[in-house]
Design a protein around this ligand. Structure first.
Ligand code: FAD
Length: 548
C-alpha cells in the first residue's frame, strides 16, 4: 500500500473546532490563531480590515495589552493616494503594497485572510467567511470595524458592467493593461479612423481628486512617453473628458484650487464638462444630460469611449449594511454612526473608523434648548451663549473643524454682542448651524488619525479592570481631527494643496512637497525605497509601454 508521511492527511482534513449555533446554523468558533498563544486570556481585540484605519491602529498599538486578531480579505495594506500613478506605470503596483503580516508583527497581532460577513451582537462574535466559502465565528471583547467603503454606481444602468473603477490594486493593473491594449489596437492597420478615435477616447465620470489625478497621470503618460511610440495617432485621435455633476471640479477643495486645476486641465486639452449627469453607460458609449440648458437646445449627449473610469464617490459595503440593519439607533444611510469617541451608536463594544464610519454631529439646537430648560432661563448674554457653544465643541471637537470652515459662522450673523439673546433668535441661528455641519471627509487622513486615536485609547485601557473600563473611557478625550491639508496632482509636475481656511498653494514646489509627504507616510522602509526607485526609474528611462 502507498505510504503517507506521518501527520499528513490523505484527504482534506475536515476536523473542526467547537461549534456554536447561530440562527439555526452550526458554525465553528475559532479562538486561537497561529502558534503564538502568549496573549491568550487577555481581552480579545478583533480588527476588521487592513486599510488606512486598521494599519494606523496596529502601528500604534502596544504589544501585551490584548489578544489581537486582524481579519481582512486582502493580506496587504494599499497606499491608495498613489493608485493613479500605478495606472500608467509611474510607480509599480507592488511598490504601493505592504504585507499586513509584516505590520502585525510589532503589536503581536494574528492575521486571518477572510471576509467579515456579519456580527452577532448578543453573542459578541463576528461571522467570517474564508476564500474557501466556509463560515466560522470569531469571538471579541472589542471589535473595530475598518472595512472601508465600496464604489458607488449611483444606480446608473451599465456602470457595473462597462466602466472601470480605481479602488484596488487589481483595478490599477487592469487600467494599465487596457490602456496599452487600446493603443496597440488603435495602431493596427485594419482599424478604421472612427474606431481608433473611440478606442482612444478616455472618459472619466467624476471630477473629484481621483478623476482629476487619473486624467493628469494620463496626460503625463501620453506626452512624456506614448508620444515617442505613437506620434501619428496621439495628436489627432486621443481625447480625455471629465464629466462632473457639480458646477466645478475638485469640489471638496476651495474654489481657488478648483479654478487653478480647471485652467491646467483645459491647457492640457482635457475636456471638462460640468453640470452634467451620466444617465446610462453601454459597452462603448456614455450618455449624459446637461443641467440648466436653455429651452430648445439639446441637453442629452452620447460620448463614445475606449475606457471609462467611474469615480463618483463611495457607498456602504454589504457587511456594513447588515450591521446597520441590526442597530435601531443608526439613522445614517451612508456609513456607521459613531459618537465622538468613535464608539458605534447602539453597541458599547464596537468601534468604527475610516470610510465606513461617520461621527454624529451634535444637534446644537437640541442641546442648547435642553440647557435653557434645565436652567429655567429664556435668554442668554452673548458671552453665555459662546460658552455653551464652547462646551459643546469640547464634547464634539470635530465640530470645531466645521465651524472654523464655516468661517467664524457666528460672526456672519447679525448678532448684537452687547445684547441678550432670546430663544427665538438662538433657534433661528442654531437651526442654520445644524444644517451646515457636515461630516468629516472620507479620506486616508481621517482614517489614519482615527486609527491612531483608538490605539492610544486601547493602550491606556488595556490594564483597566473590565468593570471600570466604560467609566474610564468616558474620561479620555474625544477624537479631534486635525486637518493637515489636501493635495491633488494636476499634471506636468504640478500639484495643488488646500490647507483649509483659505490657505492654498500650487506649482512645482507643492509637487515636491506632495511626493515628500507621501514618502514620509509610507508604512515601511521597503515601500519607501521602492517608491523612490520607481520615481527615479520613470524619470530616467520613461514609463514602460509593454502590454503586460
Ligand atoms: P480602506 O483603506 O479602503 O481599507 C478597507 C479594508 O477593509 C481593506 O483592507 C479591505 O480589504 C478590507 N475589507 C473590505 N471588506 C471587508 C470585510 N467584509 N471584512 C474585513 N475586511 C474587509 N485619501 C487621502 O486622504 N488622500 C488622497 O490623496 C487619497 N487619494 C485616493 C486615491 C484613490 C484612487 C482612492 C481610491 C482613495 C483615495 N483616498 C485618499 C481615500 C482613502 O484611500 C480612503 O479614505 C481610505 O482608504 C479609507 O481608509 P479605511 O481604512 O476606511 O478603508
Amino acid at each position: 500500500a502507498p505510504i503517507t508521511p506521518p501527520g499528513l492527511p490523505v484527504a482534506a482534513d475536515t476536523s473542526y473546532p467547537p461549534t456554536m449555533t447561530i440562527y439555526d446554523k452550526e458554525l465553528p468558533v475559532v479562538t486561537v490563531f497561529g502558534d503564538d498563544t502568549s496573549d491568550l486570556g487577555k481581552p480579545r481585540l478583533v480588527i476588521l480590515g487592513s486599510g488606512w484605519g486598521a494599519t494606523s491602529l496596529l502601528k500604534d498599538l502596544e504589544p501585551n495589552g490584548y489578544y489581537t486578531v486582524v481579519i481582512s480579505p486582502t493580506n496587504y495594506f494599499l497606499f491608495t493616494p498613489l493608485l493613479p500613478e500605478a495606472t500608467t506605470g509611474t510607480v509599480e503596483a507592488r511598490s504601493l503594497l505592504e504585507s499586513i503580516r509584516y505590520i502585525c508583527r510589532t503589536p503581536r497581532a494574528h492575521f486571518c485572510e477572510a471576509e467579515a460577513y456579519d456580527v452577532h451582537l448578543k453573542e459578541k462574535v463576528v461571522e467570517v467567511v474564508g476564500e474557501d466559502g466556509r463560515h466560522f465565528l470569531v469571538p471579541y471583547d472589542r471589535l473595530v470595524v475598518a472595512v472601508g467603503a465600496q464604489n458607488n454606481t449611483l444606480g446608473v444602468p451599465g456602470v457595473q458592467e462597462h466602466t472601470r473603477f480605481l479602488k484596488t490594486i487589481a483595478d490599477a493593473r487592469r487600467l494599465r493593461v487596457e490602456l496599452m491594449t487600446n493603443f496597440e489596437l488603435a495602431a493596427l492597420p485594419t482599424t478604421s479612423e472612427l474606431e481608433r478615435k473611440r478606442l482612444l477616447s478616455f472618459v472619466i465620470a467624476g471630477g473629484g481628486p481621483t478623476g482629476v489625478e487619473y486624467a493628469s497621470e494620463l496626460y503625463d503618460f501620453l506626452h512624456e512617453d506614448l508620444i515617442n511610440y505613437f506620434p501619428d495617432i496621439l495628436e489627432k485621435d486621443v481625447s480625455v473628458t471629465i464629466i462632473q455633476s457639480a458646477d466645478h471640479i475638485l469640489n471638496t477643495f476651495s474654489m481657488a484650487i478648483s479654478a487653478i486645476a480647471e485652467e491646467k486641465l483645459r491647457k492640457h486639452k482635457i475636456n471638462v464638462i460640468t453640470n452634467a449627469r451620466v444617465t446610462e453607460v453601454d459597452s462603448a458609449a456614455i450618455t449624459y444630460r446637461k443641467k440648466n440648458v436653455p429651452k430648445g437646445e439639446p441637453n442629452t449627449f452620447v460620448l463614445p469611449f475606449g475606457i471609462c473610469l467611474w469615480s463618483t464617490g463611495i457607498g456602504m459595503r454589504d457587511f456594513t449594511r447588515r450591521l446597520v440593519g441590526k442597530l435601531q439607533q443608526q439613522e445614517n444611510t451612508r456609513a456607521l454612526e459613531v459618537d465622538s469617541r468613535l464608539k458605534l451608536k447602539g453597541d458599547p463594544n464596537i468601534y468604527a473608523i475610516g470610510d465606513c464610519a461617520t461621527i454624529e454631529n451634535p444637534r446644537m439646537l437640541e442641546i442648547v434648548k435642553e440647557r435653557f430648560q434645565k436652567a429655567g432661563m429664556d435668554r442668554l448674554t452673548y458671552q453665555q451663549f459662546q460658552s455653551v457653544i464652547g462646551s459643546i465643541v469640547d464634547q464634539y471637537p470635530q465640530t470645531a473643524v466645521h465651524l472654523s470652515k464655516l468661517r467664524s459662522l457666528f460672526d456672519t450673523y447679525d448678532i448684537d454682542k452687547n445684547n441678550v439673546l432670546d430663544l427665538d433668535e438662538i433657534t433661528k441661528l442654531l437651526d442654520d448651524v445644524d444644517k451646515k455641519l457636515t461630516s468629516l471627509p472620507a479620506t486616508a487622513q481621517v482614517a489614519r488619525q482615527q486609527g491612531a486615536y483608538l490605539a492610544r485609547k486601547f493602550n491606556s485601557l488595556a490594564f483597566t479592570p473590565s468593570d471600570l473600563r466604560p467609566v474610564v473611557e468616558q474620561t479620555l478625550p474625544p477624537f479631534y481631527y486635525k486637518h493637515l491639508g489636501n493635495f491633488s496632482y494636476i499634471g506636468e509636475k504640478t500639484a495643488v494643496i488646500d490647507l483649509g481656511e483659505g490657505r492654498t498653494g500650487g506649482g512645482f514646489g507643492v509637487f515636491l512637497l506632495w511626493r515628500g509627504a507621501y514618502l514620509a507616510r509610507q508604512v515601511s522602509m521597503r515601500t519607501r525605497v521602492l517608491l523612490a526607485f520607481d520615481w527615479i526609474k520613470s524619470k530616467l528611462f520613461g514609463r514602460d509601454v509593454s502590454r503586460f
